[in-house]
Ligand binder design. Structure first.
Ligand code: ATR
Length: 291
């Protein structure tokens, strides 16, 4: 345990629930490896207390905060400033201290991008199929548009929701690149191999045998499958992609890099890939994952 003294800086996570978070593992490891006098702690914050939490953290001179469910959009009302990307995504997961208040950022999407880059998964020029139309899928759709995907199909159980998200993202991006589709219409996708990104909660522990599309024909067309879920470590979706020779990635590296980017914003440093790998090992140990 590092010594806590008069110069110790505090960062933390606000959300509900927070008790299973891996973020303290990421940030306390980073602080330790950098020899930085900083500690990171979780704070359980009720919906109705979000304003007080932000004001209280600022008054207590806290350096920065991460924000998780259910506060990622409601928190925006209580910030001094919100970064353009976070506004476009519609969610803030990181608060950075400024002179007169906190500025909100979104490091989830840049975190996913950095995770995919670390696995050599390209978006530019790709046919991308996104499964889901919730907040996570919306952010992924925007990322794919910005990163130069050739075409993006947004498949969802509710077509209405897919249509609404596609329209919003196309408007923000200034180009009609996202096509909404009902998930059961996957046979109508272009006849070309795609990058598929699973952004629903289907398959999440304990429902590990669930998958949003079970037809093997779909997986024959997937050259790479990214699942935002990391518990289980290998989802049913990933197993199906692997079964047809596709490359896979789960959501653990996204979690890792969103944390690293937040830490970089707070401390104005750049974290090396070697340190990122060390933290990943530590996260896997925490989750009791071998290898
Ligand atoms: P988040 O903000 O984390 O992305 P969300 O907004 O609750 O979460 O979105 C969940 C996504 O998972 C939605 O796309 C949802 O589909 P609907 O819009 O049709 O509800 C999808 N989803 C959740 N459970 C599902 C299920 N059993 N079958 C198909 N899709 C499901």
């Amino acid at each position: 345990m590092r010594e806590i003294n008069g110069k110790t800086q505090i960062c933390g996570l606000i959300g509900k629930p927070v008790e299973h978070t891996l973020s303290p593992v990421i940030h306390n490891y980073l602080a330790k490896s950098e020899g930085r006098n900083l500690v990171y702690v979780p704070f359980l914050v009720e919906d109705v207390k979000i304003k007080e939490a932000v004001e209280g953290a600022f008054a207590l001179n806290m350096l920065g905060l991460n924000v998780t469910v259910p506060h990622k959009s409601s928190i925006m009302l209580h910030l001094k400033e919100v970064d353009k990307l976070a506004k476009d995504i519609g969610a803030v997961n990181t608060l950075v201290r400024m002179e007169e208040g906190y500025k909100g950022y979104n490091t989830d999407m840049p975190g996913l991008l950095r995770a995919m880059q670390s696995e050599n998964i390209a978006i530019k020029g790709e046919l991308v199929v996104i499964l889901g139309a919730g907040g996570a899928a919306r952010a992924v759709a925007l990322m794919c548009a910005r990163e130069g995907a050739e075409a993006v199909y947004l498949l969802n159980r509710s077509l209405e929701k897919a249509k609404a998200v596609a329209a919003e993202v196309n408007y923000i991006h200034g180009q009609s690149i996202i096509t909404p589709m009902k998930v059961t219409d996957y046979k109508k996708l272009p006849q070309r191999k795609c990058l598929a990104i699973q952004a629903t909660s289907v398959g999440l522990h304990p429902n590990v045998d669930d998958v949003i599309i079970s037809d093997e024909d779909f997986y024959k067309k997937v050259h790479t499958g990214v699942d935002l879920i990391y518990n289980p470590y290998t989802t049913k979706f990933m197993k199906l992609v692997q079964g047809f020779g596709g490359q896979t990635m789960n959501g653990l590296k996204m979690l890792l890099y969103q944390g690293i980017i937040a830490y970089e914003l707070w401390n104005k440093v750049t974290i090396s890939e070697a340190v990122a790998q060390e933290i990943l090992m530590k996260m896997k140990k925490e989750l009791k994952i071998d290898g």
